[in-house]
Design a protein. Sequence first.
Length: 174
Amino acid sequence: MTYKDLKNNKELIVCGNIVNTHGYKGAVKLIPLCDDIDVIYGLGYLITADGVERDIENISVFKNMLIVSLEGIGSMEEAEKLKTTYVYARRDDIPMEEGSFFIEDLISLPVYDIDSGKLYGKIISVDNFGASDIYTVKTEKGEVMIPAVEEFVKEIDLEKGVFVRPIEGMFDEI
């Protein structure tokens, strides 16, 4: 199966970043972007940047990466073409616990004050610098970063938005 528009295809989810080649037989070094590397192990395939669904022929852990051999990629030259690209999987093939969601689903959600109902803005990115995820909210006057911890994020409803209880000063520019 081949996919044309990977980035705008809601059926697909990014699950890794190919950062380099490994060896001369076409294997690649992949940084997994899933909560658990077992997700990639369980898929049995990855969709590469060229939109082609490729079976995983071999996979192993190396430091904080995976070494992956993909169907149809048999040389270092072919693997080199995939360097710095993302790999995808079908959203429905990724097991999810009830109440869980994909980080991608948070992007563009409105952010409201849980007590007053005031709209602060929309989430434009989710990053993790070590301790917890950080939601970057685009407001009318700039960007505000909110740690994604229970103290601040009180409710996430993928239909309605993200409801927060910010500390004093967090949204003062609004």
